[in-house]
Design a protein around this ligand. Structure first.
Ligand SMILES: NC(=O)c1ccc[n+]([C@@H]2O[C@H](COP(=O)([O-])OP(=O)(O)OC[C@H]3O[C@@H](n4cnc5c(N)ncnc54)[C@H](O)[C@@H]3O)[C@@H](O)[C@H]2O)c1
Length: 466
């Protein structure tokens, strides 16, 4: 195989990559060791690969070096067990030593809801500086269609190495067809579908969608993931794979907005939306249940659809479902505060100067992730309305600074005395570790956004579902 730019035959590059995989000598690099990258790195290490993790955060790299975890649902033992095969570094020159490099860096939005691809671009520049012929690069970060071949590829090609865009048919593509293409390196997109804290599906059980920039890239990426995952799904381009991921998350955002809107209507009509959903979901086909709540949170559902609506503008299209869903979901924290205010009014109390306890600040139950959490907005709105707010969350002893939120609060203990001090307790995140009977017994008023107290009918006179 020649290492001269533009002279590498696709079939030979692919064969070389596959033989490294089969020999067990392939080294896998994972860039970005967060909620997505760390489990992925550990998965490939468990499969026997030598895995090198890269992160710009020296504290994370040092913690991993000591065999410590910084993500609650990833036990330290799972890191220590892989210490012979998995190590982490901040030294990106080590990129030259890996055969495959999986990019798992953040893809947030700016305050104007535009995509912020700066982490992806910076990573592509770093890889480009160390790129060598035959390497496979896979973007896993969620992003709009066209990022892999339109943003990442041109940056990587500044190295002088080439990876031409070429269409292929995902059903019939074969190594034989790769003879027709000359490529120096391999580039693909494979969306991450990690659901942190989900005990039903571990990383390797979630089918891995893979789309290449050209046929050898697609086949190399599929072979790599087949070595780690139970099932791979090859699609006809990196753009299809990018769009599939955004479709999944837009589908969730829109359906959650729909059920949030129906909840508001049900509340006005005196109908229990939770009972409605339980009844509707007995239909064995054509209905998937979604549940209302205090608003969207996390790094994905509130953000990813806006990557698509931003891209759609380039094609002079307005993605109205996405905009409307965003509007409805973003209004939910305000609805929670209104419901609390009304409940206090009915008790001849007002929000101003009342002590309010917010239960749960993580964006969903049983995880230690605060990103885009609706609790932060609920707390902010309560403070704006003059309430004196405390919170409890077993996963967050202190509230770290998050974007514009710098609340400087610390988690308070839940005791009969402390609960009784508050005019109301608002359940925003329904962690499984909470004893809801204990909470309802000692609280003066409970505002429940998650249906966590549904079975506690004996306390109905002091529980408000909203
Ligand atoms: N968290 C999820 O549940 C989830 C699920 C599916 C997809 N995703 C997507 O996966 C991607 C990563 O998300 P995450 O939740 O793991 O984020 P994260 O913030 O938990 O982790 C990202 C890591 O990348 C590191 N990093 C930042 N810039 C870097 C750089 N230039 N080079 C190397 N490391 C860098 C950060 O220090 C951090 O450790 C995002 O695109 C996200 O949308 C996330």
């Amino acid at each position: 195989m020649s290492s001269e730019s533009g002279k590498n035959n696709g079939q030979a590059i692919l064969a070389d990559f596959l033989s490294r995989l089969e020999s067990g000598n392939a080294r896998v690099g994972v860039i970005g060791l967060g909620y997505v990258g760390l489990p992925l790195a550990l998965l490939f290490a468990r499969r026997g690969f030598t895995v090198l993790g890269f992160d710009t955060d020296p504290a994370k790299v040092a913690a991993l070096g000591r065999g410590e975890t910084y993500i609650h649902h990833i036990p330290a033992e799972s890191i220590r067990e892989q210490s012979a095969r998995f190590s982490a570094t901040t030294d990106f020159s080590e990129l030259t030593t890996v055969d495959a490099c999986l990019i798992c860096v953040p893809t947030p939005i700016t305050e104007y809801r535009d995509p912020d691809l700066s982490f992806v671009r910076q990573t592509a520049e770093e890889i480009g500086r160390h790129l060598r012929p035959g390497q496979l690069i896979v973007l896993e970060s969620t992003t709009y269609p066209g990022t892999t071949d339109g943003d990442v590829l041109p940056i990587l090609e500044r190295s002088g190495l080439r990876c031409p865009i070429q269409s292929y048919d995902a059903v019939i593509v074969s190594p034989e067809q790769c003879k027709e293409i000359t490529t120096d390196f391999l580039l693909a997109f494979s969306p991450e579908r990690e659901d942190p804290g989900n005990k039903k599906f571990s990383t390797h059980q979630i089918p891995k969608v893979v789309g290449g920039v050209n046929a050898p890239s697609a086949l190399a990426a599929r072979a790599l993931y087949a070595a780690g995952f139970e099932k791979t799904v090859l699609v006809g381009s990196s753009r299809v794979a990018e769009m599939a991921k955004i479709l999944e998350n837009t589908y969730r955002a829109v359906n959650i907005a729909l059920i949030n809107e129906l909840k508001l209507l049900c509340l006005r009509m005196g109908i229990d939306v939770w009972e409605v959903i339980e009844a509707a979901k007995t239909k064995p086909f054509g209905f998937t249940p979604f549940y209302p709540g205090p608003g969207l949170g996390g790094h994905c559902i509130p953000i990813d659809p806006f990557y698509l609506s931003w891209k759609a503008r380039e094609y002079e299209l307005t993605t109205r479902f996405i905009e409307l869903a965003g509007e409805i979901n973003a209004s939910m924290p305000g609805h929670v505060v209104e419901a609390l205010s009304e409940a206090l009014n009915r008790r001849r109390q007002c929000l101003q100067d009342s002590r309010i306890l917010v239960l749960g600040v993580a964006y969903k139950k049983d995880i230690d992730d605060l990103r885009e959490s609706p609790s932060l907005r609920v707390i902010e709105l309560l403070i704006e309305r003059g309430a004196r707010v405390d919170y409890n969350d077993p996963y967050f002893p202190r509230l770290p600074k998050m974007r514009r939120y710098d609340l400087g609060l610390a988690s308070v203990e839940l005791t009969p005395e402390s609960l009784g001090q508050y005019a109301a307790v608002v359940i925003v995140t329904d962690h499984s570790s909470y004893d809801y009977e204990f909470i309802a017994r000692h609280a003066r008023l409970v505002v429940d956004t998650r249906n966590a107290t549904r079975s506690l009918r004996q306390y109905n006179d002091k529980i408000v579902h909203c």
